[in-house]
Ligand binder design. Structure first.
Ligand SMILES: Nc1ncnc2c1ncn2[C@@H]1O[C@H](COP(=O)(O)OP(=O)(O)O)[C@@H](O)[C@H]1O
Ligand SMILES: [Mg+2]
Length: 226
């Protein structure tokens, strides 16, 4: 297994209003292997979002290195980090950010358009991704006409249609019931197994741990178990 993403001795401090600093992450090291599902788990406030944002080049650490595909991405310009996110990475968030006036198909197709995928490829890629997540019969439904689990699957289809090297999912199941949550995680696992995708997700739900290839446990900003 090759390491695709590595964080080394990450420190993330936030300055807060009263002049004090909060240490959200301290001495955090993680190795993300290509073609695996990695889970970052921990209670609310343990540092999961801070860590996944740093891994996904959405935020920079106060200290430490983040190496993606052999490059320290903390040293890249904003423009290069932006390009990296757009071409190699995809994101799925807790509250699904779909466009309400667009159908499932249009939401996925629009994501591909933003990513610069040529028009003649977009239709096939969007339909293939929606079919892969089991939404072939919901392609022309708008978000308001779908359940929470279906909407989250549209967001996943949008992420995978992109064919990123890596998918980041921050608490993608937090607003779903237990059964639907398990379906989403199993879908991630299948995408890893079939397409060799690399997926990192955060959760505070302990019932999903046995599905992951690797689990890092965070407590008060530190990795306490692997
Ligand atoms: N922008 C910020 N400013 C100040 N403190 C922050 C900020 N973001 C996160 N924190 C603090 O860092 C800690 C970890 O937060 P977070 O990464 O959101 O945890 P989790 O996602 O596990 O719930 C918390 O104590 C939180 O209050
Ligand atoms: Mg969080």
């Amino acid at each position: 297994m090759a390491t695709i993403l590595k964080a080394d001795k990450i420190l993330r401090e936030f300055k807060i209003g009263d002049g004090n600093t909060v240490t959200a992450l301290k001495d955090v090291c993680v190795d993300i292997e290509e073609g695996q599902l990695t889970i970052l788990r921990g209670r609310s406030g343990s540092g999961k979002t801070t860590l996944i944002n740093i891994l996904g080049a959405l935020d920079k650490p106060t200290d430490g290195e983040v190496v993606f595909d052999g490059k320290d991405i903390t040293k890249l310009s904003e423009k290069k980090r932006d390009d990296l996110r757009r071409h190699d990475m995809a994101f799925v968030f807790q509250s699904v950010a779909l466009i309400a006036s667009m159908t499932a198909y249009e939401n996925v197709e629009f994501g591909l358009r933003l990513a610069g995928v040529p028009a003649n490829e977009r239709e096939q890629r969007a339909k293939e991704a929606l079919t892969r997540v089991g939404l072939e019969k919901r392609m022309y439904h708008r978000p308001g006409e779908m359940s929470g689990g279906e909407q989250q699957r549209v967001a996943i289809a949008r992420a995978i249609a992109h064919r990123p090297k890596i998918v980041f999912a921050d608490e993608p199941t937090a607003e779903l019931d237990t059964v639907t949550s398990l379906h989403v995680v199993k879908l991630f696992k299948e995408l890893v197994a079939e397409k060799g995708m690399t997926i990192i997700m955060t959760t505070h739900d302990p019932s999903m741990m046995d599905i992951a290839d690797k689990v890092y446990t965070l407590e008060d900003g530190e990795i306490v178990g692997e």
